[in-house]
Design a protein around this ligand. Structure first.
Ligand SMILES: Cc1cc2nc3c(=O)[nH]c(=O)nc-3n(C[C@H](O)[C@H](O)[C@H](O)COP(=O)(O)O)c2cc1C
Length: 407
C-alpha cells in the first residue's frame, strides 16, 4: 500500500514528503520527476512566485544509485522564496535584537494578515486552530503543498511506465473558453505533444488562444478564473479497484484524490454530469465479441463510462475530470471582515495566480497516478518491481487466455 505524507509551509524552508510502500528495484529518472515539478510551476496566468522558485526534489532516502530500495522515498523540495521571509517564517522565537530590528519589524508588519479571503481556508482555519494571524492558516492551506504531491505522482508515473501504463492530462476549459475537440482517436503521446506547445496545456490550439484571452481579461479586471482538467490513462488491466466494499471502489478513490486538490469542487468519470440527463441506451457502452488478437475478451465501440464500471477498471481508457473553482485571492477584493474586530472590510490580497488550471492539470495527473499505482500494489505482489511486473504480466496473460479459451 502506498502512503504519502507531506509537511511544510508555503514560505518555510522546504516541503517535506515521505512516500511509503514503494516497490524496490525501480530505476527512477529524477530528471522526469523534476520535469513534472517544472510543469506544475507553468501555465499562463501564474504569479511572480514561479519566477523565484525552480522546484527540484532533493532525495533523502529510498533511492540508491538511481534505483528504489523498498525503503520509504523521502525527499524535500526547498522553497527559494524562504530567503525573503526569514523573520516571518523563523522556527525559533525571534531574539530581542531581531524583534527590534527595522528589517524584522517591517517584514512582520507587511506579512501579518488580518482580513479573510472569501473562498479560502482563512476564516474557518483561524477559528478551528484558534490562531491570531491568518498567515498561520494560509501558509499550510496554500497550494504550494501540491509540489510534494506532484513529485510523489511522478514517482508513481515512473512505476506505471515500467508496467506499460501511459498517463497524461490536459486542460479542457478555462473560464468560459472550452475545448470540444474529440481526443478519443489520439494516442496519449499525441495529446501530450499538443499540450506541450500550448501555453495553457490544452491540446486544442484554437481553444488555447481563447483560454489565454480569458485569463488576460480576468487579469485586467483584477479577477480570477477556474476551469476543468482531464486525466487519461491507457493500458490499465481489467479489475483495479473493487465493488466489494465502498472504500475500494475506483471511482470513489479517484474522486477523493482529485477533490483533495485545493479548489477542486467536482469530479466526473467518463460522461459524468452529462449522463444524468441521458437515456441508458445512449450512456452504456455496448459490448461486442473481440476479434482475434484483441487483448481482452470484449470490445467496445464507445467509452462513455470512462473506463470504470462497478468501481473497477474495465480495460478501456480511463477518463476522469476535475472542476476547479476560481482562485480566491483576487485583486479587486470581495467584501469581507477584519480580525480580531470582525468589522466590515475588504479581503486581503497578496501575490497570487489569476488562473492555475494548467498547473492543476499536472497536480491532477499526479493524484491519479498515486491512486492507480496504489491499486496496482493492492492487487499484485509489489515488494519489488520484478515481482510486480511478473504478476501484472501473468494476470494480463490470464485475461488473454480467457479469450483464447472462447475460441
Ligand atoms: C496549483 C494551484 C495553485 C493555486 N494558486 C492559488 C493562488 O495563487 N492563490 C489563491 O488564492 N489560491 C490558489 N489556489 C487555490 C487555493 O489553494 C484554494 O482555493 C484554497 O485552498 C481553498 O480551496 P478549497 O475551498 O477547495 O479548499 C491554487 C490551487 C491550485 C491547485
Amino acid at each position: 500500500m502506498l502512503r504519502l505524507l507531506t509537511a511544510g509551509e508555503s514560505h518555510g524552508k522546504a516541503l517535506v514528503s515521505i512516500l511509503d510502500g514503494f516497490p524496490a528495484g525501480l530505476k527512477v529518472d529524477l530528471d522526469r520527476v523534476n520535469e513534472e515539478l517544472r510543469l506544475r510551476q507553468g501555465g499562463y496566468g501564474r504569479s511572480g512566485r514561479q519566477k523565484i522558485e525552480t522546484d527540484q526534489v532533493e532525495m533523502l532516502g529510498g533511492l540508491r544509485h538511481g534505483i528504489t530500495s523498498g525503503a520509504p522515498l523521502a525527499y524535500t523540495i526547498p522553497n527559494r522564496d524562504n530567503q525573503n521571509w526569514l523573520y516571518v517564517m523563523k522556527v525559533r522565537p525571534l531574539d530581542e535584537a531581531e524583534v527590534g530590528s527595522e528589517e524584522s519589524l517591517a517584514q512582520h508588519q507587511s506579512k501579518k494578515i488580518d482580513r479573510f479571503r472569501p473562498g479560502h481556508a482563512d476564516y474557518a482555519g483561524l477559528i478551528k486552530y484558534a490562531q491570531r494571524d491568518v498567515r498561520d492558516v494560509l501558509e499550510r492551506s496554500s497550494a504550494r503543498e501540491t509540489a510534494s504531491r506532484v513529485a510523489a505522482g511522478a514517482f508513481c508515473r515512473e512505476m506505471l511506465r515500467a508496467l506499460d501504463v501511459r498517463v497524461t492530462s490536459h486542460v479542457v476549459q478555462i473560464g468560459a473558453a472550452a475545448s470540444t475537440m474529440d481526443l478519443s482517436n489520439l494516442s496519449l503521446d499525441e495529446i501530450e505533444a499538443k499540450c506541450r506547445i500550448s501555453e495553457v496545456f490544452c491540446a486544442d490550439e484554437t481553444a488555447s488562444q481563447a483560454m489565454k484571452e480569458e485569463i488576460l481579461q480576468a487579469q485586467k479586471d483584477g479577477d480570477s478564473l477556474g476551469g476543468v482538467v482531464e486525466v487519461l490513462i491507457d493500458n490499465l488491466p481489467v479489475g483495479l479497484g473493487s465493488y466489494t466494499q465502498w472504500d475500494r471502489r475506483l471511482d470513489g478513490l479517484l474522486a477523493q484524490a482529485l477533490m483533495s486538490i485545493q479548489a477542486m469542487k467536482a469530479v466526473e468519470v467518463g460522461d459524468g454530469f452529462k449522463a444524468a440527463a441521458m437515456r441508458g441506451s445512449a450512456v452504456h457502452d455496448a459490448m461486442y465479441p473481440a476479434d482475434n488478437g484483441h487483448k481482452l475478451p470484449v470490445k467496445r465501440l464507445t467509452n462513455h463510462a470512462g473506463g470504470v464500471e462497478g468501481g473497477m477498471t474495465n480495460g478501456e481508457r480511463l477518463i476522469v475530470r476535475a472542476y476547479m473553482k476560481p482562485i480566491p485571492t483576487i485583486k479587486q477584493g470581495l467584501p469581507s471582515v477584519g480580525f480580531p474586530a470582525f468589522e466590515a472590510d475588504r479581503a486581503h490580497y497578496e501575490r497570487s495566480d489569476v488562473c492555475a488550471v494548467s498547473a492543476a492539470s499536472v497536480v491532477a495527473r499526479a493524484m491519479v497516478c498515486l491512486t492507480v499505482a496504489n491499486l496496482f500494489t493492492d492487487k499484485f505482489a509489489a515488494d519489488s518491481m520484478g515481482e510486480l511486473s511478473n504478476s501484472v504480466r501473468a494476470y494480463r496473460d490470464s485475461c488473454q487466455s480467457i479469450t483464447k479459451g472462447r475460441d
